[in-house]
Design a protein around this ligand. Structure first.
Ligand code: F0G
Length: 482
């Protein structure tokens, strides 16, 4: 389906679906939102969903399912062992990736646990284009360390480069030689690189990087959780790819890697995960870990209903009408925010629009968790829940000092097929108001700081009374009931 053209109206992205089931939303007044934020310890993860108007925390497990997915859940085959549903899912993954072997796991980080437990020994290195929080946490948990070799340009917030997730090939070879190939547990490339703004990797870069790894006998792993966005970008941005089908591109990518894993809370529009591969010996090397951590080998901790929905979702991820929705809505939001002069990561990637907090609120230092502070401010100013992707999401250095994130971002995720364009406009409008009142935003400090993945459960407090002042300015602008 081509992009819809308009006669008089400016081009806008079109929803390629119609709404059949809805959930009502409620907008609490700003002063109540302030109270909820306080109760949530200035951490958007701790808010209750009922108190949120626009939940843009993540796309994980909250993408809308299609009618076909819901229908598929009705014919799921429930069995502890040997569920037909599993074999249908495994066959679909083989059809798409060319991988006959499948280890099911309840979500993406469960796959990461299996991979780290099996392949990473103390002192080992895992090389990546960029880390994802849970992938890194599992690797460091077993005594490994991570080298992130995304090209320098990937960390520049304003850019028009099409593939900011690309790994630096020179640094990759130098790193392999420095670490020695035997000490590199695996090369992990993350499609739709999450923490740098959902930025894609080109097919060409994946090919060159995996060839290098193979030259040194290093195992290659693709994190395909955000592959659907990356596929869209390869097809529309990479020279020579426009004429290839999404299925062809997917197969070309999968052929490059020894292992592919994914969170089906993202890839497949449901809730689950899996590791797939062509090699039988690799499969056997990990299969004992599935019953130990996840569940029997034919469900891996997932409900069979979710597995049926995932299987349909995999097919939908091969459809340009479906996978173009997220990136097109995100690009629309990014263009509008950019036109207002708001610091936002460009070009728009997949997953969400990302505000660059170092430029948005330069007066709030990273040590005061600028991205987290902005996420709290945006909830107060509109009931919009985003996710901090910055210093709070890092772990401290061994000596207890803060590890400052290379990018201090507030992510506004676009769960697929969930929000309409008018809701998108509301978000842009409230971000603009907040930008015009950015001087009112201050910093945060910890009250309770967990040792690992502190961004999930940490409790913070504002430094000063900035949240009250911000709330009153908002009420003066929009009234008491907004
Ligand atoms: N890899 C990537 C690239 C991810 O984005 C995620 C999850 C995971 C692995 C872990 O998968 O959540 O199923 O255990 N990202 C979510 C997010 C949490 O909000 O971006 P999971």
């Amino acid at each position: 389906m081509p992009e819809i053209k308009f006669y008089k109206h400016e081009p806008i992205p079109m929803e390629m679906h119609k709404v059949k089931v809805v959930q009502q939303l409620h907008l609490l007044p700003a002063r109540e939102r302030l109270a909820k934020m306080r109760a949530a310890g200035f951490n958007t993860f701790q808010l209750h969903n009922a108190d949120i108007f626009m939940d843009m925390l993540t796309d994980s497990g909250v993408n809308a399912m299609s009618d076909m997915q819901v229908a598929a859940t009705m014919h799921a085959d429930d069995a502890y062992a040997g569920s037909e549903t599993f074999f249908v899912m495994r066959d679909k993954l083989e059809e798409i990736f060319g991988t006959p072997y499948c280890l099911p796991a309840h979500q993406g980080r469960a796959c990461e646990n299996i991979l780290a437990t099996r392949f990473v020994k103390p002192g080992n290195c895992v090389i990546m284009n960029y880390h994802f929080t849970t992938a890194k946490a599992h690797i460091t948990r077993v005594g490994g360390h991570v080298e992130e070799l995304v090209k320098d340009e990937g960390l520049v917030s304003k850019s028009d480069l099409p593939f900011k997730g690309n790994i630096d090939l020179q640094k990759l070879e130098a790193c392999i030689q420095k670490e020695t190939p035997e000490n590199v547990a695996f090369l992990r490339l993350e499609s739709g690189t999450n923490l740098i703004g959902g930025q894609p990797i080109s097919y060409e870069n994946m090919k060159a990087a995996t060839e290098l790894a193979k030259k040194y006998g290093i195992l290659t792993v693709l994190d395909a959780s955000l592959l659907q966005d990356n596929l869209y970008f390869i097809k529309i941005r990479e020279p020579g790819m426009a004429d290839k089908s999404v299925r062809e591109i997917t197969r070309m990518i999968a052929d490059l890697f020894d292992l592919v894993y994914f969170s089906a809370r993202k890839f497949g529009f449901a809730r689950g995960g899996a590791i797939v591969m062509r090699d039988e010996a690799l499969f056997h090397s990990m299969e004992d870990l599935i019953p130990m951590f996840e569940g029997f080998l034919t469900y891996g901790g997932m409900s069979v209903r979710e597995m049926e929905a995932m299987t349909v979702g995999f097919d939908e991820s091969m459809d340009m009408d479906v996978i173009s929705q997220g990136p097109q809505f995100i690009q629309y939001a990014v263009n509008q925010l950019d036109a207002y002069g708001i610091p936002v990561i460009t070009p728009g990637g997949g997953l969400g629009a990302h505000l660059d907090c170092l430029d948005f609120i330069p007066h709030v230092p990273q040590q005061q968790y600028a991205a987290c502070a902005l996420s709290c401010a945006l909830y107060i100013c509109g009931g919009i829940r985003g996710m901090e992707r910055g210093t709070l999401s890092e772990e401290r250095n061994a000596d207890g000092s803060e590890r400052l994130a290379s990018m201090e971002l507030l992510r506004l995720a676009f769960p697929r097929r969930v929000f309409t364009l008018s809701q998108t406009e509301y978000v842009i409008d409230r971000v603009k108001w907040l930008y015009d009142h950015r001087d009112l935003v201050g910093g945060l400090r910890f009250v309770h700081e967990p040792a690992t993945l502190r961004f999930f459960t940490g409790i913070l407090e504002p430094i000063g009374d900035w949240p009250e002042k911000l709330t009153e300015a908002y009420v003066a602008e929009f009234g008491e009931d907004q």
